[in-house]
Design a protein around this ligand. Sequence first.
Ligand code: E4P
Length: 222
Amino acid sequence: MKFFIDTASLSEIRMAQNLGVLDGVTTNPSLMAKEGVTGTENVHGHYKAICAIVDGDVSAEVISTDYETMVKEGLQLAALDSKIVVKVPMTEDGIKAIKYFSTQQIKTNCTLIFSAGQALLAAKAGATYVSPFVGRLDDISVDGLALIREIRTIYDNYTFGTQILAASVRHSAHILGCAKIGADVMTGPLQAIFSLLKHPLTDSGLAQFLADHKRVATQNFN
Ligand code: E4P
């Protein structure tokens, strides 16, 4: 399973990249706003800065909602760097735009997926990725991982090249759930990725190893 980080923060992206496990980045307009990035020129510059840090795909979301403007905006985003994936919302115009981009060999990420039917439609349109939002479904007491499982079954029944990019991942249990189901990619915040490092028995075990080593090393020295 590929690991993407879901942030527009350059320092967080660098930290994940330095860990050596990062396969890509997803952003959205809210995450860009959180970093205070506004205005087309600054937004484009920020995407270029992200692409300079990571080796893999970087999702950049269109903010227009009609087909013509989505296509225009998406073409500009795709021209910034070969790593850019044009992120398009799951709407009627969005599906038409994804179909257009797929005919131009431009990578797309169909975002705001909350049902298997939406994921099926996006795959039919030729989306490179679909982003089902696990955490936001859990927030309304609907099993988010069950949606990932349902989409996995549907895609495995056919030959769709579309990858399942499990989004709105919030914690390590979500990451493990996605991995068990066989999501192609998960995208989550930095702390969710780093939480995989942690186990109390690792900390106490290491402390014990180091203490034993120090005790014997001190004895030998005396
Ligand atoms: C998907 O690409 C979105 O950027 C993201 O995963 C949404 O996550 P959230 O529900 O934690 O805001």
